[in-house]
Design a protein around this ligand. Structure first.
Ligand SMILES: NC(=O)CC[C@H](N)C(=O)O
Length: 216
């Protein structure tokens, strides 16, 4: 698999994502947010961070980066697209995923490990998980997923919700921690699987997400 990791000004999990992908033998390349062509890549990863300083709202400026037209073309081509944390925020701002990430219910930066339920184990991002309860790190100030009731009902009906918080740490609608688009090729999630792939760091629950993606 050839993967692009998009680097926005203020990305800070780009190298973590590169490290994780390379650990799985993926041919991964850092691609500038100013680039305009992603046709060489099978999968696109939008990493965590504070793109453009989180000014206005997380992801609200990054969605205008030149690369986002290419990300939309990749979506139209059905390629795998993953947004982690700030990447999720950018994908919702760009309209590639429904809803919005808002300031945490209790304002402030939340840095912790959280327990999650895998609510759909039949996606290209979750199918390798043998259990439905995992633990992943979170690190965000604007991680509260919000969507109106009709959108939440659609997400539930279409089985687009992949991860839910077992304890709702940020006030997200319907306990949502990660969703796909309706087609199932785009994933956005606030927790960080790329920070949970090595036993020496105390958590390997992120590994199955990468294994799921690679098992195409
Ligand atoms: N690790 C991240 O991507 C979190 C940063 C994010 N922009 C926030 O809500 O604070």
């Amino acid at each position: 698999m050839k993967a692009a990791v998009i680097q926005f000004p203020g990305s800070n999990c780009d190298m973590d994502m590169m490290h994780a992908l390379q650990d799985f033998g993926v041919d991964a390349t850092l691609v500038s947010h100013n680039a305009t062509d992603l046709s060489d890549y099978d999968a696109i990863f939008l990493p965590g961070g504070f793109s453009f300083g989180d000014y206005l709202r997380s992801g609200a400026i990054a969605r205008f980066s030149p690369i986002m037209d290419a990300v939309k073309q990749a979506d139209e081509a059905g390629k795998t697209i993953v947004g982690i944390c700030n990447g999720f925020q950018i994908l919702t701002e760009a309209g590639l995923l429904p809803g919005q990430l808002m300031q945490n219910e209790h304002p402030g930066f939340l840095c912790d490990e959280v327990k999650l339920n895998i609510t759909n184990a039949d996606t290209e991002f979750s199918r390798a998980y043998p259990t439905n309860e995992i633990t992943l790190p979170v690190a965000h100030g604007e991680g509260r997923y919000y969507a109106d009731q009709a959108t939440i009902a659609d997400l539930e009906k279409n089985q687009q919700i992949v991860f839910k918080y077992r304890t709702n740490v940020n006030g997200s609608s319907d306990d949502i921690a990660g969703i796909t688009n309706q087609k199932g090729n785009v994933l956005g999630m606030m927790p960080h699987p790329e920070r949970a792939i090595e036993a020496i760091l105390g958590n390997t629950d992120g590994r199955k997400l990468f294994e799921s993606i690679l098992d195409n």
